[in-house]
Write a protein of this length. Sequence first.
Length: 418
Amino acid sequence: MADPAALPVTDPHAEPVSPVRSSWTCLLFLANVGLWFALITPIQVLLPKQAALLDAGDKELVFGAVTGVGAVVAAVVTPLAGMASDRTTSRFGRRHPWTVGGALAGSMGFVVLANAGDVVVMTLGWCLVQAGLNATLAALTAALPDRVPVLQRARVAGIVGITQIVGTLAGTVVITTLIVGIGGGYLACGVAVILGALLFAARTPDTVLPPTDAAAESFGAGLRGIWVSPRRHPDFAWAWAGHFCVQVGNALGVMYLLFFLTDVVRLPDPDAGLLIAMSLYAGAVLVGAVVTGALSDRSGRRKPYVVIAVLLMGGASVLLVIWQTWAVTMLAALTLGLGFGVYASVGLALLTQVLPAATARAKDLGIVNISNSLPQVIAPLVATLVLAHLGGYRSLYAASAVVTLAAGLLITRVRTVR
């Protein structure tokens, strides 16, 4: 029997109705694992180490500046690449050229990073990585509403959602135990994202838009429609704002974990501690995402699970406000992972159900993905200020809790999804 995802589509913008098979989901999973291996592992391990190597006295400032500039690039590129993907009429499909092309461009950035001898070159390399990999992200994210019916979406979204932590954990293991040197780590990131992208593009179908399709209008005309009006699409606006707050809260909680374990908990081996914490986090994410996705699809409800998710994530940050020990750090990692797993399945499913237009799925999801990128700009700025002048890591984790809990209030304002 043919894979339902491979059957001809008479209307490329219609809501999918045929369930996707496990083979398709597995390939999407692997492509996303490779992407997050390459996108998050540098932030967790390689960029902090390189910042300390280039300027040990101002390592936090260097790290924040590099990730902040790269996040601005990502915020600009993601919706533009998504919009271009919506209008691509290549014989190879509308999504696959961007999946593979972005992976190749991002890998060139890793080569630059591996040879960076100063902060300027490091910043340029990371910007190229962000530009390429966020083009890949825009194409892969659009696969969910393109191919997966609503009644199956939270389950598949949960599987896609755990790829961020699986990719990060795999990257942490590889970089800290198997690869010697920062340069080798960057090259491993490039290999991971290219392999995942090529496998997905080679083994899954992609809709080919005819040149006369309305979605193939000029890129310039499309730019005029990139803005999504909150007044005309309030549910999209509320969901976007809530997702943004979840990502800001999460970034405040995890981006400085290596420094926290080194400077506050004072572990003798902070790299090993980071690996243990990420392993606990990953296991909890897996449980939360898989279990919640199935429950949400069966009940048809999304918002109650979002509330549970933000309460768990906010609670994890509160733990680190009160107790800054290694034992509590492990408990917080478990709690945060469980909450993020719950949100990963239902949050993404909810967002795909409030997209403004079927003809612009990748562009609109690119706008959603801005809420993943902007926290990388905001979190370092906030963290630098808080750590230096407003109470240190206790205040940082308090801010993480407040912002995360605010996300639940925002998403409950969505009216068209239960």
